[in-house]
Structure formats: C-alpha cells, structure tokens
Design a protein around this ligand. Structure first.
Ligand code: DMJ
Length: 472
C-alpha cells in the first residue's frame, strides 16, 4: 500500500508535469460573495479541483481529524503525545478559529459547521488570562473577522468586537504603542519591551473591525501605534529589533526582515491596499528603499536579506530563515516580481539544501544557523502561491509541490503533523501550530486549486492568511 506521502508526491508530479491545466475549472459556476469569487465546486466539495489540491485537502483533514479526536475544545493538538495543548489557562480555540476559513475555502462544509458550533457556543474572552496581543490579534481577531465576512453570521462579529475591546487597554502606554501582553478580563498590561512586528501587525484586524462595527476607535488606535513606531525609524530609514513602549527608546538596534520585524513591513503595504489609506502608502514606500539598500545582501550566491545596524547600516549578520521567506510574497504583491523571483530562488535553495527549510540558515556558508528546526511554517509556500498567481509561472507550483512533498514525508504523524526539532535529523517535536491549518495548508491548497477558488486581487490576507476584503 502506498503511503500518503507517496500518493501526494505522485499527484504533484502528474499535476506539475501537466502544467496544471485545471487552473480554470470549465464547469465551475461562480458565485459572488462580496468581492470574493468562490466556485460552487469549492463550496460543495471541490470534486473536480486539481489532484494536488485534493491531496492538500486530505492533508488538512488528517490534521483536523487529529485535533477533533484528541484536542477538541482546546487550542492545539500535540501531535505525538496526542494531548491537547492550551496557550493560557483557559482555551481560546486557536486551532478551530484559525482553521475555519480554510475549511470554507476547501469546501469542508460538515467540518466547518462543527467548528462554527464550537466557536459560537463555547468561545469566551471573559478570561483572567494575560494574552499576547499580537498572536491573539492575528489568529483570533483575524480569524473571526474573515469568518464573519465569509459566513455572515453576526456571532463572529460579536466575538471579534468583544475581543477587540478587551485588547484595547494594551495601547495605553506613554507612547501609544501597545504592551506585548494584556489581561483579557482586567486590562492589566505587561511586557513593555516589544518589537516592530508586535506593534505594527495589528492594523488590518483593528482597522477591519473599526470599519465593520462603525467604531473608528479601533482603526485610529492601531494606526497611531504604527505611526509612532514609524517615526522612530533611524536616519537611514531602518527599524531595530526591540523597543520600549514606555519610553520609545530602541533596546536592540539590529535591523532585519525576520521574526520580530517581518510583518511590520507586510502591514504597511497591505494596510494601504485594504484601506486605501495614503499614510500607509507613504510609510511603505519610505521604508522599502532602506530595506533593499541595507538589508539585501548579494555578496554570496543569489539575493538574500541579512542583519545590519539600524543607525549605521553596518552588516551584522548573514542569517536568513523560514520566517524571512515571507518577503517574496510581499515584494510580488507590491509589483516587484523581478526581485521577488530572485529571492524566491534563494528560498527554494534553503529548502532543497536540507530537504526541509531550517528556521535559520547562514547564507554565507549555507550552514544551519541559530535554530535548526522547522515549525511547519507557511511563508515559503505563501511566496510560491503569490508568485504563481501574479506571474503564472509554473516554476512556483513545482517549488511549492516539492515543499509539500517534504512536509508530508517528514512531518506527518499518525494524528497530524509535527514540527521538526532539527531538519538535519528530521527528529519530530510534539507541536502542531494552528498556523498549519490557517496558513501552510491554505496557501498550498490555493497554489493548486482553480484560480476562481479565491481571487487574490479581491482580498488582502492578514499575516495569518485570513482573507479580508473591503466592503466599506
Ligand atoms: C504566523 O503566526 C504568522 O504568519 C506570523 O506572521 C509569523 N509566524 C507564524 C507563521 O510562521
């Protein structure tokens, strides 16, 4: 009997070799949902989508069924011990909320109905829990808003507004930039030393909440935080790694595009695209030049982005990893598909050198950097998806197909998919992040599904891959 990894590999080879001619489904009846075009085939079970998309859907179901069986009502499934894992004292349903819109896109109606019931009947934010504002915003607030826009059940928006209200006290700092943690019940804040990603990746969710509820406070509060961060950029136009939101003083002046900064840049561009707000266009355009000037590095083979001092531009490091792989997607979305393509070639090298991408790679020596693991991250597949959709070049399906094959081969466990502790040994660790279902498998699915499944130009994905659309 062939193992799922082999079946997926075969399906991918067939599809890639055939140039994925099923891109436009000839019989797909299109149904407008606001600006989003979803095929009825996608909603009803996707029976005619490309074989590779079907295999991704099967992989999603495998992960979901593991969660359903062993971790129902909790945040995540620990896929090796088959135990539930909660981030805080009380579960906040990270996996179901993160996974819900993927189910709708994949046409998994029964699973979606099940998840919806759980969320609307059991999710309560009235918890004495100190939560990380960034993570809860991108996963839960983003997930609830996308669920509301796709499903139209007002219960999702009620939950989103309740969560938004409980997160707002985080912004009560002397600089208006948010503390990292806030207690959902008391509003008590903690952890003043934050970073650009955690401060600057709230706008799409708070902005959308403001537009959908008619309460401008959410938009204004998140925007002010971004502007306060932006105006503290260095004379060169770069931001550092950590900043104290009480004083506005940088604590670590290392600039880069990796974890802790990455989605700050992503949201400057996307906030402009989603809201048409010219302030974000200006901030994005002012920021991109310095990133390409001081952080891009072409001294070694290909194009990479490393670390530099935000004040002097001096090179500090040559680390690139799975989180940095978001940049080709953002560059492509901004219109620079040429640079995006060059960086994507490096991302692909990062995957093929080790069989699975490492969390950190030293591109000057092509050796493993600070962390050798793979956390089931989506960014490389996300970039493959954007580049494929924006250029039509089948190379990106080939790259994404090989990544998927590696994920199936090395991370699949009996009850789900497990992160890797080390990409060299492929040793698994007991974690299945909710973004596997929100992002990794969604982008993989969309890479191979008919283009009508979701019109990329009609939505803006938040950084957790929840599609938001402008209805205002
Ligand atoms: C996700 O939560 C988001 O994509 C975030 O922007 C970065 N980290 C994970 C995925 O790697």
């Amino acid at each position: 009997m062939r193992r799922p990894a082999q079946i997926l590999a075969t399906a991918l080879l067939i599809v890639v070799a055939a140039g994925c001619g099923a891109d436009e489904h000839p019989h797909a009846e299109r149904r407008p949902m606001g600006d989003v075009l979803l095929t009825v085939a996608a909603i009803r079970g996707n029976s005619r989508a490309a074989p590779a998309a079907e295999q991704v859907r099967a992989a999603f179901l495998h992960a979901w069924r593991g969660y359903r069986r062993y971790a129902w009502g909790h945040d995540e499934l620990a896929p090796l011990s088959r135990m539930p894992h909660d981030w805080y004292g009380a579960p906040l349903l990270m996996t179901p909320v993160d996974a819900y819109d993927t189910m709708l896109l994949m046409g998994l109606t029964a699973e979606a109905a099940d998840a919806k019931r759980l969320i609307l009947e059991h999710l309560s934010f009235d918890q004495d829990a100190s939560v990380q504002v960034f993570e809860v915003t991108i996963r839960l607030l983003g997930g609830l808003l996308a669920a509301y826009q796709m499903d139209h059940d007002p219960g999702f928006l009620r939950l989103a507004a309740d969560l938004g209200d409980r997160l707002l006290p985080a912004f009560q700092s002397p600089t208006a930039m948010p503390f990292r943690y806030v207690n959902l019940r008391t509003g008590e804040t903690r952890d003043p030393v934050s970073n650009p990603a955690e401060i600057g990746t709230l706008m799409l969710e708070f902005g959308t909440l403001g537009k959908l509820t008619g309460r401008p406070v959410y938009y204004a509060t998140a925007k002010r935080a971004v502007k306060e961060l932006f105006r503290r950029r260095s004379a060169l136009g770069l931001v550092g790694s950590t900043i104290d939101v009480r004083t506005g003083a940088w604590q670590d002046s290392t600039s880069h595009i990796g974890g802790g900064i990455d989605s700050y840049y992503e949201y400057l561009l996307k906030s402009w695209l989603l809201f048409g707000d010219e302030d974000f266009r200006r901030m994005w355009q002012v920021s991109l030049g310095p990133v390409n000037r001081y952080l891009a590095d072409e001294r070694f083979d290909g194009l990479w982005y490393g670390q530099a001092n935000m004040a002097t531009g001096a090179r500090l490091g040559t680390q690139f990893g799975s989180l940095e792989a978001f940049l080709p997607a953002v560059l492509a979305l901004s219109g620079d598909t040429a640079r995006a393509a060059r960086l994507m070639a490096s991302v692909n090298r990062m995957w093929t050198t080790f069989g699975v991408e490492p969390e950190a790679l030293d591109y000057s020596t092509m050796t493993i950097g600070a962390y050798p693991g793979y956390e089931l991250r989506p960014e490389s597949l996300e970039s493959a998806y954007y580049l494929y959709r924006l250029t039509g070049d089948n190379r990106y399906r080939q790259m994404g197909g090989a990544m998927l094959e590696a994920i199936e081969r090395w991370t699949r466990s009996e009850t789900g998919f497990a992160a890797l502790a080390d990409v060299r040994t492929k040793e698994k660790r007991d974690r299945m992040h909710s973004f596997l279902l929100a992002e990794t498998l969604k982008y993989a699915y969309l890479l191979f599904a008919p283009s009508g499944t979701l019109d990329l130009r009609a939505v803006v994905f938040n950084t957790e891959a929840h599609p938001l659309r402008r209805t205002w």
